[in-house]
Design a protein around this ligand. Sequence first.
Ligand code: IMP
Ligand code: MG
Length: 175
Amino acid sequence: MISYKRTTLPEPLITEDEIQKKVNELALQISSDYATRELVVVCVLKGAWVFMADLVRRLSLPVRCDFVRLRSYQGTETTGKVEMLLDTTSDLEGKDLLIVEDIVDTGITMDYLLSHMQKRGVRSVEVCALLDKPSRRVVDLEIRYVGFTIPDKFIVGYGLDFDEKFRNLPYIGVV
Ligand code: IMP
Ligand code: MG
């Protein structure tokens, strides 16, 4: 267990071991589902970067990796308006896309990204979210791969932040 200087540690919700076990399960499933496909894994920055790094290293497939950066949050509040700060750079035409996201909350971010990607001539788009907070959903979404379904709490760690803090925490905790 790490110790953090100058701050109190968030209350653990999901341990490092539980996360790693889940990432293994997701990677096995994805490797089997996409065995014969041309998979492009798209990481939603910044929150999904830690999850993405762990997930792709467990896939037993040759995959391409690309990145988008979206912003909708300020502090712990969603603004309801999504901004794209960075788009993918690879040719996505005819490819099978897997969007890797840290958490789906209201669903507004993912809804925006899915319609953006569907206009790019891709063969398919699916979503892999480490965390799902279904109680706050305002748009209807199909998430093909979900790690953990969690209650309506603001969580940090394993890539997720509160005002840019705690992204480097190895477990998932509640602030
Ligand atoms: P949505 O558009 O409401 O679904 O929000 C999705 C984005 O908000 C995620 O990609 C996260 O970056 C961020 N987010 C939502 N809930 C949390 C949380 O509990 N902790 C940290 N970030 C969150
Ligand atoms: Mg995010």
